[in-house]
Design a protein around this ligand. Structure first.
Ligand code: URA
Ligand code: CA
Length: 433
């Protein structure tokens, strides 16, 4: 097989066979196919697309390019959740203990984030002592004992995806739905998921800003899942404003604790109940969405979800007393209110820009090497549709230095206020299964 023939085949609209796709991915992973040929292929795929069979074959070729995690030692159906990313998305921190509390085993492999705030692991590391450096054996035992554990992502998971994603990033080929779908699905499958719940975001703060693109990506991932024997469901959710109120690592941990206690933001709670119900049904813990939702609501009300979070933190070295005393979490030196300059109704909160503001304060990483400040960030006091009086705080900015002017300006730039009443946007905007 010659790589150039496969490139021209795809360039001219042909369909690659399973063995051709395997040849490409193996060759690219072992270095026998150079970057320049793979970038030509990525560009051909960008313009020509892929058939459903090609997407499924690409996904599985990437799964088998490296290590795969065997979760068969854990009893039950392992359901993983994936979010296509957004701003201030605290769902994993809430969902993991919440669904574990009703008997859905959660064996979570997570990473550090590149973005506006850290990833789930960075957020959890704001809890004193908590760590994810546990070996595979200990990980499996913890899930069997407590129903929940989080381990750091193996370096050798889907190396083909890692390399290809890096290449796409610098060749203008990130925004290809089949490439995104196979990239996401390959990581979930390699980490051992039997079933997958996807939270596909749409709107300003999302990867897929248009609803039609988000729907197409969701349908594409659900189709891949069904072709490779992993039942997959996608929920489409709104990211036209940040989810919940907190954007920042320790601030989001505190928000997750509030939500597990039943006093969290309404949108975050609702999204967690929706995604959690799908997870519970796929895991066979409930037979209907309604039954699952009832179980989850009970776990919040009777304290078992919060208790599960404490047990999980303590099992991985964390100081579980932060749950009852959140002031033990890293706290920023300065808490500065952001007063509204006019009265009216909040009409927009540009999610992406709010993320940039949090990043300017030090909450996120610009490069893999940057250090993040776990304490800083933003807490919104108003969301789209809320009435506001001039002088009333729209948000509080948490900073560790007094040079927060740029972040403050970004926040003002992000929040639009108008005189007429505004309808808050719907949170759950679609579902694909
Ligand atoms: N996220 C991924 O994991 N892969 C992509 O290709 C795009 C976003
Ligand atoms: Ca949040």
């Amino acid at each position: 097989m010659r790589t150039v023939d496969l490139i021209t085949k795809k360039r001219d609209g042909g369909e690659l066979t399973e063995s051709e796709i395997r040849f490409l991915i193996q060759g690219y992973t072992d270095g026998s196919i150079p970057d320049y040929q793979m970038s030509a292929m990525a560009m051909a795929i960008f313009f020509r697309g892929m058939t459903p069979e090609e997407r499924a074959n690409l996904t599985m070729a990437m799964v088998h390019s490296g290590e795969t995690i065997d979760l068969s030692a854990i009893s039950g159906t392992k359901v993983d959740k994936h979010s296509t990313g957004g701003v201030g998305d605290t769902t994993t921190l809430v969902l993991a203990p919440l669904v574990a509390a009703i008997g859905v085993p959660v064996a979570k492999m997570s990473g550090r984030g590149l973005g506006h705030t850290g990833g789930t692991i960075d957020k959890l590391e704001s809890i004193p002592g908590f760590h994810v450096e546990i070996d595979n054996d200990a990980f499996l035992k913890l899930v069997n004992r407590n129903g929940l554990a989080v381990i750091g992502q193996s370096d050798n998971l889907t190396p083909a995806d890692k390399k290809l994603y890096g290449l796409r990033d610098v060749t203008g080929t990130v925004n290809s739905i089949p490439l995104i779908a196979s990239s996401i699905m390959s990581k979930k499958i390699a980490s051992g998921a039997d079933a997958i719940v996807l939270d596909v975001k749409t709107g300003d703060g999302a990867f897929m800003k248009e609803m039609s693109e988000a729907e197409e990506l969701a349908a594409c991932m659900v189709d891949i899942g069904s072709r490779v024997g992993r039942k997959t469901i996608a929920v489409l959710s709104d990211m036209s404003q940040p989810l919940g109120n907190a954007i920042g690592n320790a601030l989001e941990v505190k928000e997750a604790i509030d939500t597990l206690r039943g006093t969290g933001p309404r949108d975050l709670t609702e999204l967690c109940l929706t995604l959690g119900s799908h997870m519970a049904v796929l895991a066979g813990v409930a037979t209907t969405q309604e039954e699952a939702r009832g179980l989850l609501e009970t776990a919040i009300r009777n304290g078992s979800a919060l208790e599960k979070f404490k047990v999980f933190l303590a099992a991985q070295g964390g100081d579980a007393s932060v749950v009852d005393e959140p002031e033990r979490l890293p706290t920023a030196k300065h808490a500065i209110p952001v007063p509204a300059k006019a009265s009216g109704f909040v009409a927009s909160i540009a999610a992406e820009n709010m993320g940039v503001a949090a990043m300017l304060l030090g909450a996120g990483r610009a490069t893999k090497e940057s250090r993040i400040d776990l304490a800083v960030g933003i807490v919104l006091h108003k969301k789209i549709g809320d009435p506001v009086e001039a002088g009333e705080a729209l948000a509080t900015l948490y900073a560790n230095s007094l040079s927060y002017e740029e972040a403050m300006a970004k926040i003002y730039e992000s929040i639009g206020i108008q005189a007429e009443a505004v309808h808050p946007p719907a949170l759950i905007v679609g579902e694909v299964k």
